[in-house]
Write a protein that binds this ligand. Structure first.
Ligand code: UGA
Length: 434
């Protein structure tokens, strides 16, 4: 099938590569010519394991192409996915101007029936706005429909999530749209849930908000564990063994970040309150998450007393492992707080340092970037762990101890066994563990 992707961000690129991989003929469109030129060479502007290989393979097979021409893009696909960004406005609501812009682009260049599918995470009833925008800006009488097909891709695991999803959700308003989307996903053997459009839009927002709620819930319990000398890891383990609860997304720590959960929790709260409903639960989820930084800072100060002129290493800058994405990463908040208190920082991350250098350039006072994780800890008075990269889990801790000035670890992700590291002579501060 011929498919067009509008918006080549994280979701757009992965969707384009994934649909080409399952045999479709895909064109990705974006106004950013640098991005398009790089993608034409099979180089993704985002770090995602396996993505470059998939791009190169399908570019070579001519299953995939990229363009900055809206005309070429819109003429190409019978199915057009809108994958533009939906950032937060200051009040927490979703800014949908890019989605509107994409709808206008389709209206301007439409040349025959199109199924316009929203894939970006959007508030319920966005499809109705897309339809209205199309009708307002259409210059000729052309048949079109709008559908919703939310993505459930996790950064770092996006390709597997695309090719083997737990479920595919399609929100449609007609049998024709249902048929087209079912045909599109035929090569993927996952259950398909067919709903109306409003329901599909809510499924996506609710799924992300629920996962964020699980994280904030366990972080709330983590604080209780800390206050009482209990161990949140064991609480989560035993809770998760109950199939009704499930073990996923019960890892306590520094909290959730990234381009999705923080934005979607706020946006769904906003949608609920717009309808006059009590969505305070989501406000609490957000507030608990914000307070994780206070907990980590409390540990750091318990260890170092004053932070002024203290030399501190940070391992892990990305919001989670296997990505270079630092959007809404806890590291940004922790760095700011330590700098505000006069601390000196040496940062290390296996892939996210280039992105951090865009925020704190190499010559930024009081910040140094290390070449590797061991150089980062040399002569430091504390090591703060903010991302659970495998290399940190497997680090040679005796070497770390030898290199550090004072062997103190403040672990925002609970990656070590407290007894073991303490036995080695570290002062160890995990989250929610005795
Ligand atoms: C999330 C969802 O998991 C995807 O299903 C969804 O498609 C995507 O958002 C999106 O809306 O595009 P993502 O943000 O890539 O995916 O990453 P997650 O693996 O969900 O992690 C989010 C944050 O939660 C990370 O900062 C992670 O460290 C944190 N987290 C996760 C915890 O603190 N504890 C946990 O137990 C799990």
């Amino acid at each position: 099938m011929k498919v067009t992707i509008i918006g080549l961000g994280y979701v757009g690129i992965t969707t384009a590569a994934g649909l080409a991989e399952i045999g479709h003929n895909v064109i990705g469109y974006d106004i950013d010519s640098n991005k398009v030129e790089s993608l034409k060479k099979g180089i993704s502007p985002i770090y995602e394991p396996g993505l470059d290989e998939l791009l190169k393979k399908n570019l070579k097979k001519k299953k995939l192409g990229f363009t900055t021409s809206p005309e070429e893009a819109i003429h190409h696909g019978e199915i057009i996915f809108i994958c533009t960004g939906t950032p937060s406005r200051e009040d927490g609501s979703a800014d949908l101007t890019q989605v509107e812009g994409a709808a206008k682009t389709v209206a301007r260049h439409i040349n025959g029936y199109k199924l316009i599918v929203e894939k970006s995470t959007v508030p319920v009833k966005t499809a109705q706005w897309i339809e209205r925008t199309m009708k307002l800006y259409l210059k000729k009488k052309v048949d079109f429909e709008v559908a919703s097909n939310p993505e459930f891709l996790k950064e770092g695991d996006a390709i597997r999530d695309f090719l083997k999803p737990d479920r595919i959700v399609i929100g449609v308003g007609s049998k024709r749209a249902e048929r087209l989307l079912k045909e599109l996903y035929k090569p993927i053997r996952s259950p398909i849930v067919v709903t109306d459009i409003n329901t599909a839009e809510i499924i996506k927002h609710a799924s992300n908000a629920f996962l964020a709620t699980k994280i904030s819930f366990i972080n709330m319990i983590s604080d209780l564990c800390e206050a009482t000398g209990a161990d949140v890891e064991l609480v989560a383990k035993a809770m998760g063994m109950d199939k009704r609860i499930g073990k996923e997304f019960l890892r306590a720590g520094i909290g959730y970040g990234g381009s999705c959960f923080p934005k979607d929790v706020k946006a769904l709260y906003h949608v609920g309150t717009q309808y006059g409903l009590n969505f305070e639960l989501l406000k609490n989820v957000h507030e608990i998450n914000e307070a994780r930084i206070d907990v980590l800072m409390k540990h750091l100060k318990n260890a170092l007393w004053n932070l002024k002129d203290k030399n501190i290493a940070i391992w892990g800058l990305s919001f989670k492992p296997n990505t270079d994405d630092i959007r809404e990463a806890p590291s940004l908040k922790v760095i700011k707080r330590i700098l505000n208190e006069g601390g000196k920082l040496t940062l290390f991350d296996p892939v996210a340092m280039e992105n951090m250098k865009k925020v704190y350039p190499e010559k930024y006072p009081e910040i140094t970037y290390a070449k590797d994780m061991y150089e980062a800890v040399k002569d430091k008075e504390a090591l703060v762990i903010l991302t659970e990269w495998d290399i940190f889990k497997e680090a040679c801790l005796s070497k770390v101890k030898e290199l550090m000035l004072t062997p103190i670890i403040v672990d925002g992700r609970n990656i070590y066994k407290p007894k073991k590291v303490r036995k080695m002579g570290f002062e160890y501060y995990p989250m929610g563990r005795p």
